[in-house]
Design a protein around this ligand. Structure first.
Ligand code: ATP
Ligand code: MG
Length: 415
């Protein structure tokens, strides 16, 4: 072993596009997750947990080889057993795989919600990371437009609960049923073929594999051609029109504002009928906070029973960035300054009593007793409690002109 003390140990760096959170952003993150948990219960969605790792085929087969996620963004590796594994880039495919593996069709329609980390090899920038987090809600095993509406109302409710709905617009489209989609697709191919020479490289590839994706291309070269392409409306079957009308009627009845965006197709090959995004003008290029749609073909594509389904996901970091600072109350209910070590047992008893009543509390009991009160006063809290000794007797004092301080005082009467 080297004894050279000047030899520096290289400091490990975080992986690019990942972030550590503590303080303000961690509080915002938790605020989003807490709101999601409350709202998903209001709508009767059960928690579901699925693995972070899945066989690569789960994503390759369900998302489609031509999507950006599968073709460029997946973290895939062979594990020690030689199996190709992928860190999940989204929730829907894994939840669908779980639905098949566990025979969850017996519970259909199954309303489930989850949240956690996802991984995509993207160019890191504001609001775009390689490890990010989503809240996610899905309804599996229902072909009813009522479920599309329910999910959209849920999404809108979450945004209102977070206080971020100002400046956020629900953009809505229909991709029709299989017949509508096939007819529209043929018309799109004809249109794009006629403008072949002006399309971007990427869109030429899309033209062969997934021409609808050209519609939401961000390449300025593609925009005029995409914007002049035919809308789906002329190709919608009566059934598809009725379906869309039922979804929008439900939104209107629930008072959820929406805007038709005939160009919205979203990245995934398996979408049918409803496709939507909630977009904000406050996050620059990373303006999509929540997106989803109906994916009736996916579970069958994965080898499961034909199962209609619909769902959405929202980026927790993007939502957290939008939350107003005033909404984040990072104050603890009460702080105890232990001003005399002789009163330690009573202070510990006080903490037990308060916590049993659901009042959050922490104690400053280290360092010089004379400095503990000032230290405790610096901790953001609703009530400040000092516990010490005076003339051989316990001396307890509660400061704070609010309901919490009053409750604390009442609970600690007998100490
Ligand atoms: P974008 O158009 O921004 O790339 P997307 O269509 O790839 O989004 P989805 O796959 O629909 O996004 O995921 C749903 C939500 O997850 C997005 O609306 C966004 O809020 C969030 N999200 C997606 N990718 C990232 C990322 N790399 N970093 C942070 N959040 C992300
Ligand atoms: Mg993306």
């Amino acid at each position: 072993m080297s004894k050279d003390k000047s030899a520096k140990i290289a400091t490990p760096q975080p992986v690019r596009g990942t972030q550590d959170m503590l303080g303000d952003f961690a509080d915002r993150f938790a605020y989003v997750v807490d709101a999601f948990e409350r709202v998903r219960r209001l709508y009767g969605f059960k928690r579901v947990e699925v693995p972070v790792i899945e066989p690569t085929a789960v994503f390759a087969r369900s998302l489609g080889e031509t999507t950006d996620v599968v073709s460029k963004e997946m973290y895939s590796f062979d594990d020690r057993g030689g199996e190709s594994i992928t860190l999940r880039p989204e929730f829907t495919a894994g939840i669908s795989r779980a639905f098949i593996s566990n025979g969850w069709q017996q519970y259909a329609p199954l309303k489930v919600a989850t949240h956690g980390p996802l991984f995509r090899y993207e160019r890191p920038q504001k609001g775009r990371y390689r490890q990010f987090h989503q809240v996610d809600a899905e309804v599996l095993g229902s072909d009813s437009p009522l479920m599309d509406t329910e999910l959209l109302v849920f999404a809108d409710h979450l945004l209102r609960e977070l206080g971020v709905s100002d400046g956020v617009t629900l953009n809505l489209n229909t991709l029709g049923d299989a017949d509508s989609r096939d007819a529209w697709r043929a018309a799109l191919v004809e249109h794009f073929q006629a403008h072949r020479g002006d399309l971007s490289e990427d869109s030429l590839v899309r033209l062969d594999k997934n021409p609808m994706r050209i519609l939401d291309s961000k390449d300025p070269k593609d925009r005029p051609i995409a914007d002049s392409a035919p809308d789906i409306d002329a190709y919608l079957t009566n059934e598809a029109q009725d379906f869309f009308a039922a979804v929008t009627a439900g939104l209107d009845a629930a008072g959820v504002a929406w805007k038709r965006d005939a160009r919205l197709v979203r990245g995934l090959d398996y979408y049918r009928h409803t496709a939507f995004e909630f977009i904000t003008d406050r996050l620059g290029a990373q303006g999509t906070v929540l997106g989803g749609g109906r994916y009736d073909g996916l579970i069958e594509n994965l080898g499961g029973p034909a199962t209609p389904a619909v769902g959405w996901a929202a980026g927790i970091e993007r939502l957290a960035m939008l939350v107003d600072a005033e909404r984040i109350d990072n104050r603890i209910d009460a702080v105890i300054a232990l001003e005399d070590d002789a009163a330690l047992a009573q202070a510990q008893q006080a903490m037990a009593l308060l916590r049993a009543e659901g009042i959050s509390v922490e104690m400053v009991a280290n360092g010089s007793p004379r400095k503990r009160y000032d230290k405790a006063a610096k901790i953001p809290a609703h009530a400040l409690i000092s516990i010490g000794m005076r003339d051989g007797a316990l001396n307890r004092n509660v400061r704070g002109d609010n309901e919490t301080a009053k409750r604390v005082d009442a609970i600690l009467q007998d100490i």
